[in-house]
Design a binder for this molecule. Sequence first.
Ligand SMILES: [Zn+2]
Length: 280
Amino acid sequence: MPELRFSTLGFWTMPALLAIVAATCAAQAPTPVPVSDQETELGQAVYKQLRDKGEIIESSPLYDSLKPVAEAIGRVAQPSYPHPFKFFLVHERQPNAFATPGGNVYVVDSLLYFVKNREELAGTLCHEVSHTLHRDGVTLMVKEQKIQEREVAAAILLGPTRAHLIAIALIGKLHQLGYSRDAESKADVTGSDICAQAGFNPWGLTWLFQDFKSADANQIPQLLSDHPADGTRIRTLEKHFRENPSTFSGFNSDSQSATAFSVPKDAPEVFLRPDTKANK
Ligand SMILES: [Zn+2]
């Protein structure tokens, strides 16, 4: 449809204008506005799966702690992604965070208790958002789809939608070792750019990596215990910081400079019920 510039419309009355618009539309093949796309569809499938398992936290004072950090990061990343970023708290056994295609980012409640400061949380969220910007989840999905097509071709014939099957595969993978080492380092680097732009000290992610070296093995969040070669990732980030002094030289590498991050102890959590329709 041709672009309408109202300054050039002059004397046209609204009914005449609408008639012209209608005629213009009718003269062309209609271009339906997509209500969904593959990324959104996949993200929705994972969302529904988490909701049906009763893992998504609908309300909790923990959101008050998460929101200011998540929203600042979302604002910086949003112009680079066509779907809205949304951050959900979920309850799972291990501290973790993961992003799905479509813009949803899931933060396990216990991660808020695990991080030692605001910068470590911000670094984790920036990293996850970067996986979404890089379409790492979609790449993983395509890989999974090929496996699924071979292994469960029968199940597809029997009824489950492909999106549902993919979602099962994807969420399993997102909780395990999924992304390549290269994808992880790239998400770290883009994440550090996003964090810096959002005003969070990008050294936070390296502090988190350092913390794991001294942490009890059972305490190590899966998102990082599964992510290989933390030392390499730290070195890659340090190199990126050195090479871009205009962005990073103003940030203090010393974790003593970190901003305290406190969450209410034993915060109550209300879970989203499986019959809730909205993807808030
Ligand atoms: Zn990652």
